[in-house]
Design a protein around this ligand. Structure first.
Ligand SMILES: [Zn+2]
Length: 305
């Protein structure tokens, strides 16, 4: 679901200072999935951390290197998750700078047990674009502090959009990547996305007081707590709609999506179906629904209460 239009439209490939020691460079990869493109962040004033180098695009690599002023060098590369619009430029940037790549792990790291089971049973991803070649130099986990010259980034493991997704805290700023985006709700598509994990990650972020969220796509979020509440409420209203519709009788994710997402164009119905399936797996975990036969994306589900 998209948020109301904003004025976010920075020039791609230009480093823009958001505050001292924090710059953003928009990658030139706009699309219906990435909005204006991927936001790459540069942290620091001497030794620089690059958060999410972005897609495999040599112009964007040049733009990141060109942003460095006298006395600046890239000392750390940090990847929030292994989608193709975030991680592929990490390796070329590392080759050019010698900086190590820090991330939670490879493409399937952090995957939940139920999603492992679905993947093993043959459920393919929904085409979100996984960077299957990605391998970090340094593996980080929840609570790891990545220390640099004048800055420290704390890793917060925020699975949901992807099992290996991390957010990064810089004092009271949080780089939320695709967990909280500036322009739309996050995609949660099994078997890579897990809605139970996504909601838990929302609640974890909500426990702290943040000044601003800097997302992977779209404008900074100036009211982080309100945005998290909105995200959670949005998901809860979808859940209610699914449970209410299942009260009319057992149904598949496809037929639920057709009845609930009446406003979406037909081209987006497969994405809506994935979203409903993510909810059904979450509701299964809460013992509120169950598949009539074995669990699969095509299964018919019934309410248990
Ligand atoms: Zn993503």
């Amino acid at each position: 679901m998209q948020l109301p239009p904003d004025n976010f439209n920075p020039a791609p490939s230009v480093a823009e200072e958001l505050e001292p020691g924090l710059r953003r460079i928009l990658a030139p990869n706009p699309s219906p999935m990435t909005y204006r493109g991927t936001n790459t962040y540069l942290i620091g004033t001497r030794d620089i951390a690059v958060i999410d180098p972005g897609p495999a695009n040599s112009d964007h690599l040049d733009a990141i290197l060109a942003a460095l002023g006298p006395g600046e060098r890239i000392s750390h590369i940090v990847v929030t998750h292994t989608h193709l619009d975030h991680s592929p430029l990490a390796a070329p940037l590392s080759d050019r700078t010698g900086a190590q790549v820090h991330a939670f792990g490879g493409p399937t790291a952090g995957r939940s047990a139920v999603m492992e089971q679905l993947a093993a049973s043959g459920l393919a991803g929904g085409g979100e674009g996984i960077d299957t070649a990605f391998a970090p130099d340094v593996t980080v986990s929840d609570g790891t502090v990545i220390d640099g010259d004048g800055w420290a980034l704390e890793v917060i493991h925020t699975p949901g959009h992807l099992g290996n997704h991390i957010a990064l805290a810089l004092d009271d700023l949080c780089f939320t990547a695709d967990h909280v985006m500036g322009w739309a709700t996050s995609l949660v598509s099994p078997p890579d996305g897990d809605l139970t994990d996504f909601m838990d990650s929302c609640h974890r972020l909500r426990q702290r007081t943040w000044r601003t969220f800097h997302p992977g796509h779209g404008a900074p979020v100036a009211t982080p707590a309100d945005r998290l509440d909105w995200l959670v409420n949005h998901r809860q209203s979808r859940e209610t709609a699914i449970l209410n519709t299942l009260a009319d009788g057992p149904a598949t994710a496809r037929s639920l999506a057709e009845r609930i997402y009446t406003e979406v164009p037909p081209a987006l119905l497969p994405a809506a179906e994935r979203n409903v399936f993510a909810h059904l797996v979450d509701l299964m975990g809460k013992n509120l629904v169950s598949p009539i036969e074995s669990l699969s994306a095509l299964a018919t589900f019934e309410r248990r209460v």
